[in-house]
Design a protein around this ligand. Structure first.
Ligand code: ASP
Length: 301
């Protein structure tokens, strides 16, 4: 079987390829690129809920002219008729499908698809493991703001432990030379993150004036049984609100991968803050995903 390019995590892209994906994103956002995926069958398999990622992959595929099929878990024989993942992958390949975009609660699931499938696989989020296209659009948003990330300080706040976005974004930020500061209570941010040059900070208030950007995270309640601290404790230590916004540098920006929970990691004042970049991130989701799909299928031009 030919080995085809897939994107399971950011490490699948070399620095040059990363730069190329960002370059293409800019071009594709400036002018629709046309049917670069004309004739390619694309299946989106989302075993977990998704609004932004699912919609933006669909739009990206349609804008590139792909033939798009959305397979919900209930439509898959894999889920209900005992077909193995490997046999599902073979079947989709025989149907002429070239690209599978997959989200699953099990870490490593997209990798298994990639091993069994004679085509391209894009990880749209696998459990707590990785979410490379979200990391790409987050980093693209930061680059658009600051030009380059060397020397910039980016704080990631909250439930880092269960956040696949944080895991992918941290790697990307480090590769681009940003200083990563992880901020949160012990239960969501164990000490092992201190390896590899990452700063761990429990005191959000103390670190606020040093940050160029803040990435807020949702508490991933679906990934654990009992909330390890009370909501009140979390809010008092880590919610971004008007008082904390006032401590930020004047040019600092605030981001969130979405969905955000008002009242928990942020309050409404953040949504009116001049440096709130959430909608920009969402917007870049389509361009980034077009660029990724085009790169995986067509390579560098
Ligand atoms: N939408 C992101 C994800 O799928 C972040 C989140 O759900 O909190 O991981």
């Amino acid at each position: 079987m030919r080995i085809r390019r897939s994107l399971i995590d950011l490490d699948d892209l070399t620095p040059r390829e990363l730069a190329y994906v960002f370059e293409r994103t800019e071009q594709f956002e400036a002018a629709p690129p046309g049917a670069l995926l004309d004739g390619f069958g694309c299946v989106n398999m989302f075993f977990e809920e998704s609004t932004r990622t699912f919609t933006s992959f669909n739009l990206a595929e349609l804008r590139l002219g792909a033939a798009v099929v959305n397979l919900a878990p209930r439509d898959l024989s894999l889920a209900t008729k005992g077909e193995t993942l490997e046999d599902t992958a073979l079947t989709l390949g025989a149907l002429g499908v070239s690209i599978i975009v997959v989200r699953h609660h099990e870490p490593g699931f997209p990798q298994r698809v990639a091993l069994a499938f004679d085509g391209h696989v894009v990880n749209a989020g696998d459990g707590v493991h990785a979410h490379p296209t979200q990391a790409l659009l987050d980093i693209y948003t930061l680059l658009e703001e600051f030009g380059e990330l060397k020397g910039r300080s980016v704080g990631i706040v909250g439930d880092v432990l269960h956040s696949r976005v944080a895991h992918s974004t941290i790697r990307g930020l480090q590769r681009l030379g940003a200083a990563v500061v992880l901020i949160g209570p012990e239960c969501f941010l164990p000490h092992d993150y201190a390896d590899e040059g990452i700063t761990i900070e429990r005191d959000f208030d103390g670190v606020l004036p040093q940050l160029d950007a803040i990435v807020l995270l949702r508490i991933q309640r679906e990934r654990f049984v009992e909330m390890p601290i009370t909501d009140e404790e979390y809010v008092s230590g880590y919610r971004l609100d008007e008082r904390r916004l006032a401590q930020l540098r004047s040019e600092a920006i605030v981001m969130h991968p979405g969905p955000y929970n008002r009242g928990m990691e942020l309050d409404d004042s953040v949504l009116e803050f001049a440096g709130w970049r959430y909608l920009k991130q969402v917007h870049h989701g389509v361009g980034i995903r077009m660029a990724v799909l085009d790169f995986l299928v067509n390579g560098r031009r």
